[in-house]
Design a binder for this molecule. Structure first.
Ligand SMILES: Cc1ncc(COP(=O)(O)O)c(C=O)c1O
Length: 430
């Protein structure tokens, strides 16, 4: 089962209400099922070979308490950092620099120097950045502790979600392989320290075969470069970063590609990646790891009943669900209605519902035309599968307070982050 069941969510919701964890001011709360999250992490560990560093994409879920949880249950896991700020957060959370992968496409000279000196794995994004790294490496008097890879766009095509597809003919990320093959070869013939390759095809919306094809192209390239590097006495490319991107299911009843099958297919297409003496494998899964483990509940403040449509006015909109509100066709969740005591509501109202957020623009509508049971003031709407790319994309527009975030392990509940106070909120703007 990929998605948490309505029954298990209902049980947790009722228990949280009974324990008083959803207070009057908690107009919305984000929950994480930590047992489920742990099962995802364990699946990653057992699916991949021992030479793998799982650098979970921090941008999907940067909560400190979740990072602590990860450190506790999977101390060999690392993180992928999309900014120097995320590198800093990772180091502060106790990750060893060699468990941190730094991937930003706009690193400054200071970012690069800091990361290289700390010893994190740096994926260079483009040829101009490579030039900068080359100058930096020449300026260091001692050898640097970290490793360096280059992001290559295999130009394999676009997935179904344009906004998160990054391996088309054009992409703002990486060095496009077809256009700059000669420059890429030159780079790998020249730089002794350039011992890694990196690709990331897209996030959600990319078929498994597309990810495999991208990996295949880069694998062939790496093997070819290694033959040439061997002839000139350069160390081989030994770090192969496959990025993230395995899609998940947002709709119960639909099946997403399995991680285990993905690993089997990678092994068929690129067998040497599984040879611990040849390569260290890096993965960067964010959505697959986190999203299905989380859900969000909002109290219904009002219901507007127009002739053709009802509108449930709730306490989260484009602040928590920026992608869903701006690109509703690409990002769709499931929704369940519970009454004020947490009992599941049944049936289907005669008119469908729009779920409208609290923000001051017309597009702040999380979902349109959803068939739901009759929704009333004080009910709770659960938005499923919100554990990744939701709170991490929080928007400050309209200055709403960030919600309480609660983790649970069966019937044990733990507040992972407190609801923001008015003073903390004001502090953001100071
Ligand atoms: C470079 C890179 N790595 C990893 C990821 C994580 O992707 P996902 O969460 O789909 O696994 C992203 C997300 O966009 C990314 O840009």
């Amino acid at each position: 089962m990929e998605n948490l069941s309505v029954e298990s969510i209902g049980m947790a919701l009722r228990a949280a209400l009974l324990k008083g964890l959803i207070r009057e001011e908690d107009t919305s709360v984000i929950f994480f099922d930590l047992v489920y999250l742990e099962s995802r992490i364990r699946r990653l560990s057992s699916a991949y070979p021992k030479n793998t560093l799982h650098g979970l994409a921090l941008k999907a879920n940067p909560l400190t308490r979740i990072l602590e949880f990860l450190r506790r249950i999977a101390p060999r896991f690392g993180v992928e950092a999309a900014s120097i700020g995320e590198v800093f957060m990772a180091l502060k959370a106790g990750f060893h620099p060699n468990q941190v992968v730094f991937d930003s496409p706009v690193k400054t000279m200071a970012d690069l120097e800091f990361a290289l000196k700390e010893g994190v794995h740096v994926n260079v994004d483009n040829l101009a950045e490579l030039e900068r790294v080359s100058r930096l490496m020449a300026s260091f008097s001692e050898s640097m502790p970290g490793t360096i890879g280059l992001r290559i766009n295999p130009q394999i095509g676009l997935g179904t979600i344009l906004g998160s597809s990054v391996a088309g003919e054009y992409s703002k990320f990486g060095v496009p392989m077809k256009f700059f093959r000669a420059e890429l070869e030159e780079a790998f013939h020249t730089h002794r320290w350039l011992t890694g390759v990196h690709l990331h095809i897209g996030s959600q919306g990319c078929a498994m075969q597309m990810l495999i094809d991208g990996i295949g192209i880069l694998y062939d390239f790496a093997l070819e470069m290694n033959e040439k590097r061997a002839k000139t006495g350069l160390p081989p490319i030994s770090v192969f970063d496959i990025g993230g991107g395995l899609p998940i299911s947002y709709q119960s009843g639909t099946t997403a590609p399995s991680m285990e099958e993905y690993v089997m297919k990678i092994a068929e297409r690129a067998p040497q990646l599984f040879d611990v003496n040849s390569f260290k494998l890096i993965t960067e899964f964010g959505r697959w790891t986190y999203t299905n483990s989380g859900w969000t509940v909002s109290r219904v403040e009002y219901v507007k009943r127009d002739p053709a449509i009802n509108t449930a006015m709730i306490h989260v909109g484009a602040d928590l669900f920026v992608r869903e509100c701006l690109n509703p066709l690409d990002w769709q969740h499931e929704y369940t209605v519970f009454d004020r005591d947490g009992n599941l509501k049944g049936g289907c109202d005669s008119k469908p519902y729009n779920l409208a957020g609290p923000l001051c623009f017309a597009g702040d509508i999380l979902a349109r035309n959803v068939p739901l049971p009759k929704v009333e003031e004080g009910d709770y709407i659960v938005i499923h599968d919100t554990g990744g790319y939701t709170f991490s994309m929080w928007s400050r527009y309209n200055s709403r307070q960030t919600p309480r975030i609660i983790g649970y392990n069966n019937d044990r509940f733990d507040i992972l982050k407190e609801r923001e106070t008015h003073e903390e909120l004001r502090g953001f703007w100071e």
